[in-house]
Design a protein around this ligand. Structure first.
Ligand SMILES: Cc1cc2nc3c(=O)[nH]c(=O)nc-3n(C[C@H](O)[C@H](O)[C@H](O)COP(=O)(O)OP(=O)(O)OC[C@H]3O[C@@H](n4cnc5c(N)ncnc54)[C@H](O)[C@@H]3O)c2cc1C
Ligand code: SF4
Length: 553
């Protein structure tokens, strides 16, 4: 039986060697590595813990897990799994729960084009000290990305193959952090094989997705880390040569519930969360770089649709236990078309086929009728999305590049992305063009957004927020250095001893691939540096060492 990882808040101590704030990829890496290095570690996570089987699988459940946060609109529980930030210029979706975005993502794990790291936006050491490769190998050893061997047998993969005629570039199977066979993973957790149910983006109720909650966090717990959920960190402050972390219950942020002290604090609350905490810390007197909040990128990330083709796609999840027994759907992403531009990196894009979660199935006909786009959607409403026209719905995820020109600022104490003209970034026109061609190749109509008739549907949206605490050579160019240490803003290279940011916030530009592997690799790299700087050693354990050797060979 799966063990809960989190403890009751009453067990929270007054002081630890390390407090990790947030529990996505960056937080998971920090907690696991520093616990293995013999540090007393406390993890504080804003969201709830979900065990396998507890993820939303019906519409009312998914509604309960939806939080909308915008200047004019706040609704839903502050611990809802799907945290939508509605902005005036761009919307952002992030995961909220023990495991962060890993709980609701598609799990595609890709390394960026080498030209991404050649950009001077990164501090030189990232390129030169050889530890980035080690970081990628360590990330791969724990998360174990692999392509589904029989990807080409899936209907949705074949539909992508048909669409690829538009580019003369065949699709390839996409590596995803999914266990396709029963396994005991490097953290010692037994995971059953993926049932190809397609519900990865509403949470895996099988236990086959290699989330942070299945890998790094149980590993951290096994080495003594204490994990607390439903607590929201407001800010950090210097205290007696260390740090004081202030928090409140997530459902009552007005109440200053308390604080916990630590020699080292790793902020890993995600791009919006970590930047928000530092912005509030600055309001409370902490000196920081003036670059804080800048270089926000949406990573050219787009979700769009095509409908009306003659062939079935089967790209709506069936869930677990299955709501419909027919063709296997496949993990959320099984295939991708890599459209690399050898001359201009920014024009490169990757087009992936995706799956919508089964819990949304009852809504899909309504979405498409409301937009007036789907003749015959009523038929789908009656027959269900697994038989009617919606079984021909293509879902595309695209990832590419923008100019990282957004800025995260506080609006009534909450992070908000400001990016005038975000929708005019050239990437959106390029993607529209590519998807229009892909849709035409399968005789379907491109649908940019089924919500286009609403105010929400006219703005770009991303599930890959990056930046805000970008790496730089010094405080004039970045918020953290190449080791993820936070610049103190006073001297060119001076840092706050013991304060780190380890998550998507440190990435100073778009990376053109789904970001989980890069975030994990950069966090692994930062932990190697931290261990070296403090004379600590990781105990990698035999299973992990074996995987690591494989990943490095
Ligand atoms: C639907 C969807 C699909 C995606 N698909 C893919 C994919 O296929 N491949 C890929 O590479 N990426 C994908 N992503 C993106 C990827 O999941 C994120 O980039 C990644 O999770 C970010 O990791 P992180 O460590 O930066 O932070 P997160 O994973 O966002 O974790 C941050 C954690 O900190 C917590 N937190 C925030 N504020 C506070 C606070 N004040 N106090 C305490 N805790 C706090 C949050 O609740 C969260 O749990 C997807 C994302 C979504 C939403
Ligand atoms: S397809 Fe289903 S079983 Fe497989 S990883 Fe995704 S949610 Fe889990």
């Amino acid at each position: 039986m799966q063990q809960r990882l989190s403890s009751d808040t009453s067990a929270l101590g007054r002081a630890y060697d390390v407090v990790v704030v947030g529990s996505g990829y960056g937080g998971g890496v920090a907690a696991s590595r520093l616990a293995r290095a013999g540090q007393s570690v406390c993890v504080i996570e804003k969201g709830k813990e979900f065990l396998t089987g507890e993820f939303p699988s019906r519409l009312p459940e998914i509604r309960r897990e939806l939080q909308l946060n915008g200047a004019r609109l706040r609704s839903g529980s502050p611990t809802g799994l799907f945290d939508f930030r509605l902005g005036a210029d761009i919307h952002v979706l992030v995961g909220c729960g023990l495991g962060g975005g890993s709980l609701i993502n598609a799990g595609v794990a890709l390394k960026p084009d080498a030209r991404v790291f050649a950009d001077s936006a990164w501090p030189g050491e990232v390129r030169s000290d050889g530890l980035l490769e080690l970081g990628f190998a360590r990330a791969a050893a724990m998360l174990r990305p692999q392509a589904y061997r029989d990807a080409a047998s899936l209907t949705k993969y074949r539909a992508l193959e048909a669409a690829s005629a538009a580019f003369d570039v065949p699709p390839v199977a996409a590596p995803v952090v999914v266990s396709f066979e029963d396994v005991v993973n490097p953290a010692g957790v037994a995971q059953p094989a993926c049932t190809l149910c397609g519900d990865c983006c509403s949470g895996c109720n099988v236990g086959a997705k290699n989330t942070v909650a299945m890998t790094y966090l149980p590993d951290a717990k096994a080495y003594g880390a204490e994990i607390f959920t439903e607590l929201s960190v407001s800010h950090v402050a210097k205290r007696d040569g260390g740090w004081r972390v202030h928090f409140a219950p997530s459902d009552d942020r007005e109440r200053d519930a308390g604080f916990v002290d630590a020699k080292t604090v790793v902020l890993a609350a995600g791009t919006l969360g970590s930047t928000e905490i530092l912005l509030r810390s600055r309001e409370n007197g902490l000196g920081l770089s003036d670059r804080l909040g800048e270089r926000f990128s949406a990573n050219g990330d787009i979700i769009a649709f095509a409908l009306g083709g003659s062939e079935r796609v089967n790209a709506v999840g069936v869930g677990h236990p299955p709501k419909f027994v027919g063709n296997a759907v496949g993990a959320c992403v099984a295939g991708q078309i890599e459209l690399a531009d050898c001359e201009v990196l920014e024009r490169s894009m990757i087009l992936q086929e995706g799956v919508l979660p089964s819990a949304l199935a009852p809504l899909l006909p309504v979405f498409f009728i409301a937009g007036g786009r789907l003749l015959g959607a009523a038929q789908s409403l009656i027959k269900g999305v697994y038989h009617g026209p919606l079984s021909h719905l293509h879902t595309f995820f695209v990832v590419s590049h923008d100019d990282a020109g957004g800025r995260i600022a506080l609006n009534e104490g909450k992070a908000e992305v400001q990016w005038a003209g975000a929708g005019d970034q050239p990437v959106y026109a390029r993607v529209d063009d590519a998807l229009t061609k892909a849709a035409q190749a399968v005789g379907a109509r491109y649908i940019k957004s089924p919500l286009v008739a609403t105010r929400v549907g006219t703005k770009p949206a991303t599930a890959h927020p990056l930046g805000g605490c970008g790496m730089g050579e010094d405080a004039a160019s970045g918020v953290v250095n190449h080791k993820c240490q936070v610049f103190d803003g006073k001297e060119t290279n001076g840092v706050h001893a013991g304060l780190y940011v380890c998550d998507g916030a440190v990435i100073p530009r778009s990376i053109g691939v789904n970001p989980l592997l890069t975030i994990t690799a950069l966090a692994e790299r930062a932990m190697v540096h931290l261990a070296r700087d403090h004379n600590l050693g990781f105990d990698d354990g035999s299973r992990l060492r074996q995987e690591l050797n494989q990943a490095l060979s």
